[in-house]
Ligand binder design. Structure first.
Ligand code: PEP
Ligand code: MG
Length: 579
C-alpha cells in the first residue's frame, strides 16, 4: 500500500529508486568516573580519537574524484578545521581532567555547550552550523566507542540508483555515497541550511531532510519516490504514481538543462538593459557556489561568523585571512564585505556587563555596537583595507540610522588608512564605502546618505521588520511580514531614486532579491543590481531575460501610486505576467 512521509525538501528534483537503509544510530553515551591513575590515559585515548577522525576525513578528501565539482572539498575542510579548534580538542581534555570523566562524556558535555551557543543565534544560517559540530563530534564518538565501521563502511557499499535513508548524513558521507551511485537521500534530522543540504543542492542530488522516524516506516529494497521540491517521500508507489513521476523527472531534467545554460548567458532584459546579479555569502567557503552559478561578484559578505562561538575577539590577521580566502576564489570580481552585524542578542561569549534589553533588534547592534566598541571594529577596518590591496573589495556599513554615524565611520576609515600608511602596509586608497539602507529613517534620508557614499544597498529583511514593526524572527507575527506593503515599496523606491540622482549604484541584498516573484516589480522600480543566495541566481536571471523593462516601468509607477488593495493586486499580476 502506498503512503507518504513528509519533511523539508532541500534539493530539488525527484528520484525513483530502491531503498538503501542506513541503520546507524546516534551513539549512546554514558558517564563514568575514572580513578585518578588512568585520567591521563583517557586524555590520550581522546586525542588518539581526534587524530583518527582527522585521518579518516583526510582519506575521504584525498579520494575525491575529479568529476566532483571543484571546491566540494571545502565542506570536508570545514570539518577538518573544526578538528583543529580548541573548543573540540582542548576543552574536552580539560573536562576529562577536572571531572575525571570518560572521553565520550567530556566530548558530549562540550558539544552541548557549543550547541547551546549556536542555538541562541538569531541568524538561521549560523544556527544550523550546529549540525557541523554534531557531525564532527559523532565521528569522534563513534571512533571512541570502537564503532568505526559506521564511519567507513559506506565506502565499500554500492549504491547504484539507490535512495539512502539515514538518521543524518555528513557532507563527507554525502560525497562518498554520491560516488557510490546514490540517486537521492532522506534523513531524519537536519535542516535546509545545513552543509549537507547545501552540498546536495550543489551536487544536484534530490533530498528531503527532517523526516522524523523515516527508518521505522521503510524497508530495505522497497521502492520509493523522493520529491525534493515538495519535501515528500512516497513509499511503495503504484504504477500511476510511478508513471507521473517519471514524466515529472523528464520535465525537470529539461528545465535544469535550460537553467544551467543560463550560467554563461548575460543578465540582460529583452530590451537589452544589463542587470548586475551578485551573491550573498555567510562563510568564506560559500564563495565556491558564487563561482558555480556565474554571479558577477559578492554583493553581501556577512562577517558575523568570525565572532561566533569564542570568548575572544578575532584579530586583524584572522579577518584578513578570511577575506583573502574569498579573493582567491573570486579573483578580480567585486566583493562587498559588510562590517560586522552583531546585536545585543548576539553577544560575544564572555562579554562582561552586558545587560538584557527588551528590544534587542532596536538596541546596540551592527554599526552602533562597532562605533561604541572600537576594539571590535578597528581590526576589521584594518583588515578590509589591507585586503583591498589584493582584490576588488568594497566595504558596506549595516544598520546606519543617522548621517553622524556614517561620518564617524568615514573618519575612522581615514584614520585607519593613515595607520596603515605609517606601518608601510598597502591598501586601496579609494576603497568604495557603501551604506546599507535597512532603517526606514535612513531610507527616507537616502538622498543625504547618497551624497557621502559610493553605493547604497537595501537590506529588505530589516527594512521590512522596522517599517512594519514586526520582529523578523517572531513566528507569531510573520503573517504581517510583507515585502509588498506599500510603505516598504515606497521606501525601496525612494532609495533607488536617491542613488540614481547621486549617480551611485544601488543594490538590494535582502531575501526579496532572490525571489523571482518580485524580480519584475523591482526591475520596474528601477533596480539594476540584485544580491541573493547563489541558489536563486539562475532563476532570477531567467526572469530578467524574459522581461521587457519598457513594459514594466509604467506598471510599477502606477503600482507605487496606489494603496488600494484590489488595484495593487491587479497591477501586481499585470507586472508578473508581463513578458
Ligand atoms: C537585510 O537586512 O536585508 C540583510 C541583508 O541583512 P541581514 O539579513 O544580515 O540582517
Ligand atoms: Mg540586515
Amino acid at each position: 500500500m502506498m503512503f507518504s512521509l513528509h519533511g523539508v525538501g532541500v534539493a530539488r528534483g525527484c528520484a525513483i529508486g530502491k531503498v538503501a537503509l542506513l541503520q546507524r544510530n546516534q551513539p549512546e553515551i554514558s558517564e563514568y568516573t575514572l580513578p585518578e591513575a588512568i585520567v591521563e590515559d583517557e586524555v590520550q585515548r581522546f586525542l588518539d580519537g581526534v587524530a583518527r577522525a582527522r585521518q579518516q576525513l583526510q582519506e575521504i578528501r584525498a579520494r575525491l574524484p575529479a568529476t566532483i565539482p571543484a571546491d566540494t572539498a571545502a565542506f570536508i575542510d570545514i570539518h577538518l578545521l573544526m578538528l583543529e579548534d580548541s573548543m573540540l580538542t582542548q576543552a574536552p581534555v580539560k573536562l576529562i581532567r577536572t571531572r575525571r570523566c570518560n572521553a565520550e562524556w567530556a566530548l558530549k558535555l562540550q558539544r552541548d555547550l557549543v550547541v547551546q551557543v549556536f542555538e541562541a543565534m538569531d541568524d538561521p544560517y549560523l544556527r544550523v552550523r550546529r549540525d557541523d559540530i554534531d557531525h564532527v563530534v559523532r565521528r569522534i564518538q563513534r571512533i571512541l566507542l570502537a564503532d568505526e565501521a559506521a564511519c567507513t563502511d559506506l565506502v565499500a557499499t554500492r549504491l547504484e540508483d539507490r535512495i539512502v535513508i539515514a538518521d543524518d548524513l555528513t557532507p563527507a558521507d554525502t560525497i562518498l555515497m554520491q560516488q557510490q551511485g546514490m540517486s537521492a537521500f532522506v534523513t531524519e534530522h537536519g535542516g535546509p541550511l545545513s552543509h549537507t543540504a547545501i552540498l546536495a543542492r550543489s551536487l544536484g542530488i534530490p533530498a528531503v531532510v527532517g523526516v522524523r522516524n523515516a527508518r521505522r516506516y521503510v524497508r530495505d529494497d522497497e521502492w520509493l519516490i523522493v520529491d525534493g521540491q515538495q519535501g515528500v517521500v512516497l513509499v511503495g508507489p503504484d504504477a500511476a504514481m510511478l508513471a507521473f513521476y517519471r514524466w515529472k523527472q523528464q520535465q525537470e531534467q529539461g528545465q535544469l538543462r535550460e537553467l544551467g545554460k543560463l550560467k554563461e548567458q548575460p543578465a540582460l532584459t529583452r530590451d537589452a538593459v544589463s542587470i548586475g546579479l551578485y551573491a550573498n555569502i555567510e562563510l568564506p567557503e560559500d564563495a565556491v557556489l558564487v563561482r558555480q552559478v556565474g554571479a558577477a561578484g559578492i554583493g553581501l559578505y556577512r562577517t558575523e561568523f568570525l565572532f561566533m562561538n569564542r570568548t575572544d575577539l578575532p584579530d586583524e590577521e584572522e579577518h584578513l585571512a578570511s577575506y583573502l580566502h574569498v579573493i582567491k576564489i573570486l579573483e578580480d570580481q567585486p566583493i562587498t564585505i559588510r562590517t560586522v552585524d552583531l546585536g545585543a542578542d548576539k553577544r560575544l561569549d564572555g562579554e562582561q556587563g552586558a545587560t538584557v534589553v527588551a528590544n534587542p533588534a532596536l538596541g546596540l547592534r551592527a554599526i552602533r555596537l562597532c562605533l561604541k566598541n572600537q576594539e571590535l571594529f578597528r581590526p576589521q577596518l584594518r583588515a578590509i583595507l589591507r585586503a583591498s590591496a589584493f582584490g576588488a573589495i568594497r566595504m558596506m556599513i549595516p544598520m546606519l540610522s543617522t548621517l553622524q554615524e556614517l561620518f564617524q565611520v568615514l573618519r575612522l576609515v581615514e584614520d585607519t588608512k593613515r595607520e596603515l600608511q605609517a606601518r608601510g602596509q598597502r591598501f586601496d586608497a579609494r576603497l568604495p564605502v557603501g551604506a546599507m539602507i535597512e532603517v526606514p529613517g535612513a531610507a527616507i534620508c537616502a538622498p543625504y546618505f547618497a551624497r557621502h557614499v559610493d553605493f547604497l544597498s537595501i537590506g529588505t529583511n530589516d527594512l521590512i521588520q522596522y517599517t512594519l514593526a514586526i520582529d523578523r524572527i517572531d513566528d507569531a507575527v510573520n503573517y504581517l511580514y510583507d515585502p509588498l506593503h506599500p510603505a516598504v515599496l515606497r521606501l525601496i523606491h525612494v532609495t533607488i531614486r536617491a542613488g540614481r540622482k547621486a549617480r551611485i549604484p544601488v543594490s538590494l541584498c535582502g531575501e526579496m532579491a532572490g525571489d523571482p516573484r518580485y524580480t519584475r516589480l523591482l526591475l520596474g522600480m528601477g533596480l539594476t543590481e540584485f544580491s541573493m543566495h547563489p541558489n536563486n541566481l539562475l532563476e532570477v536571471k531567467r526572469m530578467i531575460r524574459n522581461s521587457d523593462l519598457s513594459k514594466l516601468t509604467p506598471i510599477a509607477k502606477r503600482l507605487l501610486q496606489t494603496t488600494d488593495a484590489g488595484k495593487l493586486a491587479e497591477l501586481l499580476s499585470a507586472i508578473t505576467e508581463n513578458t
